[in-house]
Ligand binder design. Sequence first.
Ligand SMILES: [Zn+2]
Length: 152
Amino acid sequence: MVVPDVCVEWWDKWAPRLKDVFHLHTWHIKVYWETLEECCIAECAADPDYHRASITIDPMKIVDEDHFIHVLRHEMLHIFHAETQLVRRQWERLLGRKDSRVLREALDHASERLVYRIERMFDLGLRMSPRELAEKGELDEEGPIVPSSTTE
Ligand SMILES: [Zn+2]
């Protein structure tokens, strides 16, 4: 795959900044550029024991720089709460990998919901007072929170 230079430039520009924002200084995060399934723009794998993570991005699905930052923020938020993966390892040891599939799916779903809700908080503005935040919610007519289907 030929990765557009602009994607590499955006990674070099924004990944260190987002690592700083989420206090991931001790993490080694490597990027891979690959074609992903149709519904997937990017994905992340993180090892909380060694603070190593990989983010795989399908560069052909990136629309522009703001979209890239949005996708990168989403994947960094997965790393931000990667310690939940330790729970997965424990139950896989107890139940075996095959029998823990249902629990793994539940954890993946919970992880996506958590990331979506954190993104929503950022998008609404974290510097709001509790009153300002509550008033924003009253004005929000978007309906129930639905996980984004564009990233995993
Ligand atoms: Zn996700």
